[in-house]
Ligand binder design. Structure first.
Ligand code: CP
Ligand code: NVA
Length: 302
């Protein structure tokens, strides 16, 4: 699927303009309503999404594949060990070969640089399906969740507590794009890179950064967290997060909703009671992956 125009890649949320970011969220809400009403919306007939994943996935794989089916297209999933990658074929060759078949690529890698290499050589749009540095599809789904839950994003405050990881990075930049007041609270040494804070400032305002868990959650509408040890990281890392568990008491004291991209590690970053409580928005977040990714693919391919 080559075209004369250079392809538009989404390696993180701020590869979209603020205007397009909002358009994608509006279209995602449209797709949600069309699906609920049973209205067909085959906006990508005969289109194929190539999916190249170096890491496991439940939600991302299922939502992209289901989304392509609903759009009248098709997705091909190439999981860890399914390809010649890692067995001698370079990324740049894989990227060019896949571009010849697929209309777009969704890529999940460890190194963000691997994704950048694929994007540099692919002549179809490349979407980041999670790297060690970023998770833009999750950030879009999370902002859609906030829009569905609160009347006006300008009045919403969120606290990210725990690890300043890939999901936190994209979330902080997305909050800046959406005008959501965001605090990132992490133990010392686990904060977001300065480059992420600068990118947030460039598209809105940089998040408030703190190492004080109590202060971060004292007066917020939403508390979001994620696993303390991401895929590919060393287990010893979890020791830094003693005392950072989100409990029902924490949510009640703040009178806050709870968000988590999943999969969750119950008993570590969140208790079972907190994630199962009425304050929890996690299933809505997970479903929203479907709606935002459909809108994003249609945006990139039209
Ligand atoms: N939230 C998320 O990306 O989940 P998976 O790893 O299951 O795709
Ligand atoms: N931070 C987690 C997110 C998984 C969806 C990880 O990278 O493993």
């Amino acid at each position: 699927g080559s075209s004369p125009e250079p392809p538009r890649h989404v390696l993180d949320v701020d590869d979209l303009s603020v205007e397009t970011f909002h358009d994608v969220l509006d279209e995602a809400a449209n797709y949600e309503h069309m699906l609920a009403a049973g209205n067909p919306h085959r906006d990508l007939p005969e289109h194929t999404l190539g999916m190249l994943f170096e890491k496991p996935s439940t939600r991302t794989r299922m939502s992209f594949e289901t989304g392509m089916t609903q759009l009248g297209g098709h997705a091909v999933f190439l999981g860890p060990d399914a390809t010649h990658l890692g067995h001698g074929e370079p990324l740049k060759d894989t990227a060019r070969a896949l571009s010849g078949y697929a209309d777009a690529l969704a890529i999940r890698t460890f190194d963000h640089a691997s994704l950048e290499t694929i994007a540099a050589y692919a002549d179809v749009p490349v979407v980041n399906a999670l790297t060690d540095d970023a998770h833009p599809c999750q950030a879009l789904a999370d902002v859609l969740t906030l829009k569905q839950t609160f009347d006006d994003l300008a009045d919403v405050s969120v606290a990210w507590v725990g690890d300043g990881n890939n999901v936190a990075a994209s979330f902080a930049v997305a909050c800046a794009m959406a005008g959501v007041d965001c605090t990132i609270a992490t133990p010392d040494g686990h904060g977001l890179p300065d480059s992420v804070l600068e990118r947030a400032a460039a598209v809105g305002s940089a998040p408030t950064v703190t190492t004080d868990f109590e202060a971060a959650i004292s007066d917020v509408d939403v508390v979001e967290t994620d696993v303390w040890v991401s895929m590919g990281e060393a287990d010893e890392k979890r020791e830094a997060f003693d005392g950072w568990t989100v409990t029902e008491d924490v949510l009640e004291a703040a009178d806050a909703k709870f968000m988590h991209c999943l999969p969750a590690n119950r008993g570590e970053e969140v208790t079972d009671a907190a994630i199962e409580s009425e304050r929890s928005l996690v299933w809505q977040q997970a479903e929203n992956r479907l709606h935002v990714q459909k809108a994003l693919l249609v945006e990139l391919l039209s």
